[in-house]
Design a protein around this ligand. Sequence first.
Ligand code: ZN
Ligand code: ZN
Length: 54
Amino acid sequence: MAVPGSCEHSFKMIKSDTTLLLWQCNICTSGPHWYIYECQNCKLKTCRPCTAKA
Ligand SMILES: [Zn+2]
Ligand SMILES: [Zn+2]
C-alpha cells in the first residue's frame, strides 16, 4: 500500500446509499459527504476539489 503523497492517485467516486455512512475528506476535513473520491492505490479519501490538489 502506497503512502499518500508518494502515490499517483487514481480516484474513483464512491457514493453512499445510506445517510448512516458518510465520509470526511482526508485532506481538508470537509464533510461529511454522501460521496467521496477514493484512491484505488492508497485508499486516500478526498472531496471533489481535493482530487485536483492531492
Ligand atoms: Zn493514492
Ligand atoms: Zn477536501
